[in-house]
Each structure stands twice: as C-alpha cells, then as structure tokens.
Write a protein that binds this ligand. Structure first.
Ligand SMILES: Cc1ncc(COP(=O)(O)O)c(C=O)c1O
Length: 463
C-alpha cells in the first residue's frame, strides 16, 4: 500500500475512534478508553472469525455470548433473511398480526421442544423473554383464582436473567443488582449449586442435593400460597458454566410440582443445540412450564426472543383473561425466517451430535492441559458449553489477587495466537468458551493451542 493510502486509512481509523469516544456510551460500564483496545470496534465477521477496525482477524470462541452459534453471516441465514426482507421489512404490522415466518417458526419450536410446550410469545431480548415468563406466571395464578401466588424464587450467585428491572431482580449477579436498588419486591433467592465450590462445602452425592432441597425449605418459609414460580438456568452460565449436579433438575421439578410452583427454565444461552440437545432441560429429563429463549432464536442475526409456554398454561388465557403484553419489536419476520432456516440447517448437519462431539474433544484436550498446569483448577465441558477455571493454588482453589491482570494476559496471549478468548473475572478467572457449532476440528485445535499458551503465560507470570 502506498504511504498516502496508509496515512489516509490511519486518519479514518483515528476519526472513527474519536467519534466513538465522543458519542457512544459503551455497554457494561466501560468508559471511552475502551475504544483504544483491540476488538473494541468491529468491522466484519467471516465464518467463525471476527475482524476489528484495527485489522485483527481472530477466531471467536464465545459466539458473541452464545448468540451466533452458526458463526457470522452464515449464507443459509443470510438467504432466508433476504427472501423475507424482499417481501416486507417490518416487525409487527397492523394489529400485531404475525408475518408468515413467525408462524412456521412457532410450529417448529413446538415440534422440537419437549412435552406440552407449545405456544410462543415473541419479544426482542432474553431479558424480555424472562420478564414475559414472570408476567405469565403471575397472571396465570390470578386466572386460576390463586392471585396470592406472586413471589418469584431465583438463584444466586450467577444465574443471570437479564437487564430489565424484573430480570435484574431475578438475577444472581450482585454487581448488576446493587447499583439499581431498590429492586422489585417479592423476589427471593436460594443458593445455586456449584460442585467445584459448593456453598455448603459438601460433595455430591453425599450432599443429598441439599441445594435442591433448599428450594422446598424456602417455599415452605415463604408460604407456597404466595409463590408463583421458580426461575433458573440449568447450567449456570453466569457463574462460569457450572452444570447442575446429577439429579438436581429432576428434584427441582418434583419440588415445584409438590408446591404448585411454575418452573421457568432460562435457556437463553443453553437452548438451540448448545447443550447437545435442542434444550438443556431434555438432557436432565424434565419439562419446564416455560422456556425463556433468546440469542439463537434468530441464530444471532438480530433481536428476536421467545417465551415458549406449555399448552395447559397458555390455553387458560382466553376471553377476558387476555394477556395484556406485547412488544413493537416482538416477532420480526426476517429474523424468524433466519431462526427457522438455522434450525433446519442444524437438523440437516446433525449439530446436536456435533455439539456433544465438540464437548468431548474440548473436555479431553483441556483436561490434558489441566493435568500439566499448576493454575487450571477445573475444566467443565457440557457439549458447546466449556469453561476453564484458573486458580492461584489448585489445592486450596485460591483466586488470583489481581484477576483483571490475569484476564488481560489471557486476552493478549490468545490474540497473539489468532484467537479471541473471553476470561470473565466475576467469580474468579474463568475462560468461558461457547464456540460456534460450525467450528472445524482444526479450529478447535487452534483454540486449545491458544488456551495452552495463555495458561502457561499466566503460570509463569503469576505463580
Ligand atoms: C442466561 C441468560 N438469560 C438472559 C439473558 C439476557 O438476554 P439479553 O441480553 O438478550 O437481554 C442473557 C444474556 O446474556 C443470558 O445469558
């Protein structure tokens, strides 16, 4: 490139950065200094790679928070969206009548979800999907003549359900709660399981699933006639991809049935093949009363989310009991077209099996890194949900004192190796990988290699 072209490209980039700093309030409390970082301004996506405005091309291991499970700009999704866009680009036309792809996607969701889960209410984000589920639960009990049942039981720590006031009230990320207090009344938290760091210092199976039994104890204390629902992830992604202990979700279902409490499973991350099943609840052999879905409802193509409800609940909302709830952007047709095309693609390419295979490959390879490393405390792999938890001391599970510095080093070394690794610092230094389900074995190898090098650098610098 000629020097004049280089100078002009640099000045365009400088202008972009300066404009971003001046006008954009970046998400999650970042300040304008964020825009000096690599990957702070994105230019394009290409398969499983992301390309930033600074010219970095990196293999993305998080699928944008598990939203883009087929990678970026998948041709099948692009074509499906284009066809619907050519017909009509609008969200909810007059009278909130659904466009045709919304109908076909709803039918498909009913076919791939378990039990009597059948009807779908659309919204824009995972937060909306959870909020909608909570409102269905409260309204349902009023219809049934049990309007005193309004409380929501949820879990902490982790178990993140979204940004709206009710979703924040139901979430277990303390740092996303305290700044916004007072949160909503009637939300009660129980401990989330974590077999690596058990809140009761017990081990499975000797623990007799005390974490599940706590739900029954809290319902008793709160009085079952005041409790509407329990909302939970299965694998607690917000805590660092912590799967439930065996038998936990079954016991939770039993307790909810025993006390007539609706069970809402938040599968905003775990839904749509990521767990090796269409929905993770199937892996645990249960059917929730409602599934909250987001992200891959459109396979990351845009804001489309869904609350998928059992027929016996949905069918109570008739006549004067209309559900007075809906969003302007609840059910965008071209995103529904992408959603349906993505499900069909996943079926044709057997992505449920591929997700399980990815989990096995990564579990084995990362397990080998754990065996030789002094700082890998735990490796968790549940199909496309994979975590590597770093500790200063494997015996005591002590955390690093400067978690941000460890995460920064992980980011730097992995980028130098062509890979974008996400290291969360909320509950330790935890690499969470929710790789695209279209990743090849060679690409998985690149990820493993980057983890190996990044972890070795942490060991060298911080122990
Ligand atoms: C488990 C879970 N639930 C809900 C949400 C909220 O979804 P959204 O950001 O689309 O509102 C998220 C977002 O990451 C999530 O991980």
């Amino acid at each position: 490139m000629k020097q004049s072209a280089v100078n002009s490209a640099q000045s365009e980039l400088d202008k972009l950065i300066a404009t971003a700093k001046e006008y954009v309030w970046p998400a999650f409390g970042r300040d304008s200094a964020f825009f000096d970082l690599p990957l702070s301004l994105i230019s394009a996506g290409e398969g499983n790679y992301v390309i930033d405005s600074f010219g970095n091309r990196l293999l993305e291991t998080n699928s944008c928070g598990a939203a883009a499970s087929l990678g970026f700009n998948h041709p099948v999704l692009m074509e499906a969206m284009k066809q619907q866009m050519d017909k009509i680009v609008v969200t909810t036309p007059n009278l909130f009548a659904p466009t045709e792809p919304v109908v076909w996607l709803s039918e498909k969701l009913a076919q791939i979800s378990p039990g009597s889960l059948k009807y779908t209410i659309y919204s824009s984000n995972g937060s909306d999907a959870n909020e909608t589920a909570l409102k269905v639960a409260r309204h349902y009990w009023k219809i049934k003549g049990q309007g005193t049942k309004y409380k929501v039981i949820h879990r902490y720590p982790g178990d993140y359900h979204g940004m709206s006031m009710s979703a924040a009230s139901a979430s277990g990320h303390i740092f996303r709660r305290t700044p916004f207090e007072p949160l909503m009344a009637g939300f009660v938290a129980i401990h989330a399981p974590n077999c690596y760091r058990c809140p009761y210092n017990l081990t499975h199976p000797g623990c007799n699933l005390l974490c599940a039994e706590e739900l029954g104890k809290v319902i008793e204390f709160e009085d079952p006639s005041t409790v509407a629902c329990f909302i939970t992830e299965s694998t607690n992604t917000g805590l660092g991809i912590i799967p439930p202990p065996p038998g936990y979700m079954k016991r939770i279902r039993e307790i909810c049935d025993q006390y007539e409490i609706l069970l809402i499973c938040d599968e905003v991350i775990t839904g749509f093949a990521r767990s090796g099943f269409w929905f993770e609840c199937e892996k645990h052999g249960i059917v929730p009363d409602m599934l909250a879905l987001g992200k891959n409802v459109s396979w990351g193509c845009g804001a489309l989310a869904a609350t998928h409800v059992k027929s016996e609940i949905a069918e109570a909302f008739t006549g004067k009991n209309t559900f007075q709830h809906g969003y302007t952007f609840g059910g965008t047709g071209y995103l529904a077209a992408a959603g349906l095309a993505g499900i069909e693609y996943a079926e044709e390419h057997n992505l449920l099996a591929r997700a399980r295979e990815i989990g096995e490959i990564m579990g084995k390879e990362l397990g080998a890194i754990k065996d030789k490393s002094a700082v890998v405390g735990d490796v968790r792999s549940n199909a496309g949900l994979i975590a590597v938890e770093l500790v200063k001391d494997k015996a005591t599970k002590e955390l690093f004192s400067d978690r941000a510095a460890v995460a920064g080093l992980i980011g730097k070394v992995s980028r130098e190796n062509g890979v974008l690794l996400s290291c969360s610092t909320w509950y330790g230094d935890i690499l969470w990988m929710m790789v695209s389900l279209t990743m090849t074995n060679d690409e998985l190898g690149m990820v493993v290699d980057a983890v190996d090098k990044a972890v070795a650098a942490v060991e060298k610098q911080f122990t």
